[in-house]
Design a protein around this ligand. Sequence first.
Ligand code: PLP
Length: 425
Amino acid sequence: MGDIHTLDKSELVERYSKLEEKYAEFKSKNLSLDMSRGKPSPDQLDLSSDLFSILNTNTLKTVDNNDIRNYGGVDGIREAKDLFAEILHVRPAEVIVGGNSSLTMMYDTISRALLKGVLDSDRPWGKLPKVKFLCPSPGYDRHFAICESLNIEMITIDMLDDGPDMNKIEELVSKDDAIKGIWCVPKYSNPEGITYSDEVVNRFATMKTKAEDFKIFWDDAYTVHHLTNEHPHLKNILQACKDAGHPNRVFIFASTSKITFPGSGVAAMAASEENSQFILEQLSAQTIGPDKINQLRHVRFLKNLDHINEHMKKHAELIKPKFDLVLRELDSQLGDKHIASWSKPNGGYFISLNTPDGCAAEVVKRAAEVGVKLTKAGATFPYGKDPKDRNIRIAPTYPSLAELKVAIDVLCLSVQMVSIKKLLN
Ligand code: PLP
């Protein structure tokens, strides 16, 4: 079919009407498909079924001889701290194991910063006239939703091939002390699947910030979520910050949501020991302790990092064919048309698709009109506004392969129709 930019007007009109016929066929099928959120599929959830039976009344004590049925242990049980220390390449004393959601830990961390300040703050962030966060974009919509709901002004930062635009970040943080934080998904980023280079990590650790209490929110959500056997190296940010003389600059977050059960997993954060102690003091006013029963059953089930890697291979066996299908279809249906580009991730949960500028919202709308729900256009940018209106996040894991094929056909069709329409106008 070839590059649509080489077609004259009448050829474009003809092409469009053929696509319209196909679109009408899909419409008549009354589809109801959802590719909007990165959720594991039911067969992925089945991989963790042993969590339901792994604990019994003979196994209710932690290694410290604490009874998991009772109150206590604000920072989590020792074996869970050990496990997350191994996952995040930090020391157990630097880990706080929490409840079921890392997003909750992020929200709470920012809420406490607004109410009480963080280590190195001279006053709570909420007492300042303005608080700003840097938001590498496209990024994770729920990070941006936290800022929006807490009245934190967001500044969009471009994502480059090896992480966010560090020149821009260094320039902004060196000048403006209202900039208190930045969101980062450093490995298999949501949605582009990018892993930050060593240089980016080093620059984060060493950069000069006007705000003494500037914090990096390092959401390592996809740290073990490989799709292939080639695992990218992510430099240890906490160590880099320590080496650069800024040990308290970073908060690291992760969870087992997409290792075991989203919503019933275990979340953790890691930070320097001083930072962790500061947080624990505040946290002990908030809770008498997390769900230690869930923590222990997760430790018993996941065991150690080697065992987690084996478990994640089983996830990859289930979801890699879905990523492959999407990439194959994008390539065969859009590859030669010069209207779209997309990421080819080696891990994580998403494929990021860029349409021609000004087309994404209309593509998502058209797909929805034939029953294919995609993530809202713009969601991957602060305030839900993609300045170029071109980015669409594809979440291939939940639908079956057969459903996915139909959903991608609809998506590719919609991209072509909207792109041609734009050329005709
Ligand atoms: N962080 C990122 C980057 C995510 O993509 C997600 C879920 O999609 C989460 C955090 C949510 O994590 P949790 O289930 O631990 O709250």
